[in-house]
Write a protein that binds this ligand. Structure first.
Ligand code: GLC
Length: 728
């Protein structure tokens, strides 16, 4: 351990933190303005309950749907022309009804806004445009009352040139803050580091007249990098974490993590020193704020991001999977899933308590940093036909325009997002097919006001006559046509489709916790994969083409591969898995009598088991059944439409798909469980028994855990493709 890190560790001991603090202690101990609602008046939030496994292990983030909010754009209830924290509080029921579990706030701190808040001038306050700390406390409380979570951006790598640290540092070499930044007499140091904001910056060094030296910055020159070799800077960061965690925040999306340290002769990215500091940050959270999370923004290939989870899962809980994002677009553009398959094959296993985070769009350009030069050209030609659409190494457009506003393609993209490994993030406005304005500067074209209704002149966003940005009002994407109120009314709107996809996704533990196995399809336009967790097995099939397609899929190979691998997986992790109840198999008797079933897959004794011991590979029922009277084991049930298909005894299934159609099949014997043939709700009804010996800390999460029957009323699901067929 370096001396600076040792000092940081010592700091932890001096921060005077109450280690017994419960995760919500921070909020409950504050005096909060009462919300204008009582618990009874709140909606039924039970659908936001999480699996017992997630609750028991503080793994809520593995099952969560995230929603990225640009605070300025979301909702202005004060009439200032800027969205604010109170606007978000006001719209929480909307987010809840969509199915959002966790809100991610883009930077909320005071800032001169050169980089829209990523240039922080005070880490422990709220930007006056957005409200104040009390508004923040009210928001956090309201979020938790809805059994949701909230995280915010933390920007450790750099601050604003207007931050008092930098102002003092540049004024004198004797300033106590001089060493908070990286200075040099020459701009030639660290020349192997790439320039990120290529369109604007020519160098990572800028000369400061007052300081008489160059200072280092990886982004805009108005964002001087902090010097993490200085233990005081590390201490400042931990203090900042503590400040927000004490206010009840559930975690942070940590910005630009690869760049914290610089070393000559390297790219100054992903350095060992950076990982060492991040581990300190993590242990600080684990010790003092268990259940809170950190999410790494590291735009790198998966093997590099893997390192940010730490060897044993002791660094970040979550990490963005940047490379999969452009490949979702690429596979739809090419009508061929090979690029997706390749990147998934290059994606290493991650520790069992960690999770990838996936997204289709965010507040930045659709970055093409993680594809080859040729692929970038191909993507630009297809998705950025007008030069103005390009920015840096990416594209400044939103999801709907990128997909030509074809709802079938947008649903397909969301289906991929919701079924590939990882917790998905929805970017505000994309759920209602909002458009963009490429003529605005920088990345502002994808940060325009949220469109709530068709009211003149601001689409319900604000009553002000002077908005921070023009609202979109073109014939195709204007607020008159594209808005939340209209989307909520229309049962086949993207909003309602996404909502139902989320509800169904929530019932299958394999999406958040399961393994991923590619399924061979002889038709390249049809891609298929499995998500498997215990007996929850999902077979996901997508038609990437705008023509009807058929494919024959071989399911058994993938299942076999899964059960072969299970022996080596998760051996070092301590994950408590609730014991499923004993099940009765119609043709083979109880599972205890089944010679093919090893008891270690489903533990026989105790309420919970530690699955850290080694599994023995075996053939599950699904593979070993050979008699025709066990026909039910071979059913596939699409949980989106209830359509059923049969798998033959060799594991082959033939699927027919409409253009851009997709299926989420629940597989095999799960359909024999519970009440009736459908897979829905089986997870909670049949697989998990309510744990009786919940530790006290978990019982305290009364809002996140209830033993009541989960027989939810699910509205009919009519994806666009199905609906258009009905209309024909
Ligand atoms: C991250 C943010 C981006 C910002 C940059 C510098 O990449 O997503 O918006 O400009 O960091 O802070």
């Amino acid at each position: 351990m370096t001396s600076s890190l040792r000092e940081s560790m010592e700091l932890l001991n001096h921060l005077n933190i109450d280690a017994n603090q419960s995760p919500y202690h921070g909020t409950s101990s504050m005096s909060l303005s009462p919300l204008n609602t009582s618990t009874e008046e709140l909606m039924d939030y039970s659908e936001h309950q999480r699996s017992e496994m997630a609750v028991l292990n503080n793994l809520w983030y593995k099952e969560a749907i995230f929603y990225e909010v640009y605070v300025r754009a979301f909702c202005d209830i004060e009439g200032t022309g800027n969205g604010g924290l109170s606007g978000i509080t006001n719209k929480l029921d909307y987010l809840h009804s969509l199915g959002v579990d966790c809100i991610w706030l883009l930077p909320i701190y005071p800032s001169p806004l050169k980089d829209d808040g990523y240039d922080v001038s005070d880490y422990c306050d709220i930007h006056p445009d957005y409200g104040n700390l009390n508004d923040f406390k009210i928001l956090v409380k309201a979020v938790h009352e809805r059994n949701m979570k909230i995280i915010a951006d933390l920007i450790p790598n750099h601050c604003s040139e207007k931050h008092r640290w930098f102002q003092s540092a540049r004024a004198s070499r004797d300033s106590p803050y001089r060493d908070y930044f990286v200075w040099s007499d020459t701009p030639l140091k660290y020349k192997d580091a790439r320039i990120i904001f290529l369109d604007v910056e020519q160098s990572n060094w800028t000369y400061d007249e007052m300081a008489g030296q160059y200072y280092w910055h990886r982004f805009y020159k108005e964002q001087p990098d902090l010097n993490f070799d200085n233990p005081k800077v590390q201490q400042e960061m931990l203090n900042i974490l503590k400040f927000w965690l004490d206010l009840g925040i559930d975690g942070f999306r940590v910005d630009a993590v690869p760049y914290l340290f610089e070393r000559e002769g390297t790219s100054c990215e992903n350095l060992p020193e950076t990982h060492e500091f991040l581990k300190v940050m993590r242990s600080f959270i684990d010790v003092n704020y268990p259940g809170r999370i950190i999410l790494a923004e590291a735009c790198q290939m998966p093997d590099e991001v893997r390192k940010y989870f730490g060897e044993n899962g002791d660094e970040f809980h979550m990490g963005f999977h940047f490379p999969v994002m452009p490949r979702i677009y690429m596979s739809i553009m090419r009508e061929n899933g090979d690029c997706l398959r390749e990147i998934m094959e290059k994606t290493p296993e991650i520790p069992v308590k960690c999770q990838w985070v996936t997204f289709l769009r965010n507040h930045d350009e659709l970055t093409l940093e993680m594809v080859t030069k040729e692929e970038r050209k191909e993507m630009w030609e297809h998705y950025a036909p007008i030069p103005r659409m390009k920015i840096n190494l990416g594209i400044r457009r939103r999801l709907a325009p990128l997909m030509n506003n074809d709802q079938r393609k947008i649903e397909l993209a969301y289906s991929l997002l919701f079924t590939l490994p990882g917790s998905p993030i929805i970017y505000y406005g994309d759920e209602i097919c909002m458009g963009d304005n490429i003529w605005l500067e920088d990345r502002h074209g994808v940060r325009t006001p949220m469109q709530w209704d068709d009211s003149y002149p601001n689409g319900g966003f604000s009553t002000s006559t002077k908005l921070y940005s023009p609202v979109i009002h073109d014939p195709e994407y204007g607020y008159e046509r594209v808005n939340v109120a209209a989307a909520e009314r229309d049962p086949s709107s993207l909003f309602n489709i996404i909502r139902q996809m989320i509800q169904r996704r929530r019932k299958h533990i394999s999406f958040g916790h399961g393994s991923f196995k590619w399924v061979n399809s002889e038709n390249p336009r049809v891609i298929a994969y499995m998500r498997i967790c215990g007996i929850d097995r999902m077979l996901i099939v997508h038609n990437l083409s705008d023509k009807p397609q058929s494919a024959t899929l071989q399911t058994h190979e993938s299942l076999q591969a899964h059960y072969r691998n299970i022996g080596s997986a998760n051996t070092s992790q301590e994950l408590k898995t609730p014991k499923p109840p004993r099940r009765h198999h119609p043709s083979l008797g109880t599972e205890e009598n089944d010679p093919n079933r090893t008891s270690d897959h489903f533990p026989s004794e105790g309420q919970f088991q530690d699955n850290s011991h080694v599994f023995h590979p075996h053939h599950p029922h699904f593979l070993s059944v050979t008699t025709s009277d066990d026909i039910q084991s071979h059913f596939l049930v699409d949980i989106l439409t209830d359509r059923q298909l049969m798998v033959d005894f060799n594991g082959f299934v033939k699927v027919d798909l409409d253009p851009y159609q997709f299926y989420w099949f629940s597989m095999g014997e799960i359909t024999t469980l519970g009440e009736g043939p459908k897979s829905r709700d089986l997870r909670r009804k049949s697989i998990f028994k309510p744990p009786s010996n919940l530790p006290q800390a978990v019982s305290n999460h009364s809002t996140t855990f209830s033993l009541k029957d989960m027989n939810l009323n699910i509205p009919e699901f009519h994806p666009h493709t199905v609906k258009s067929k009905i209309e024909e």
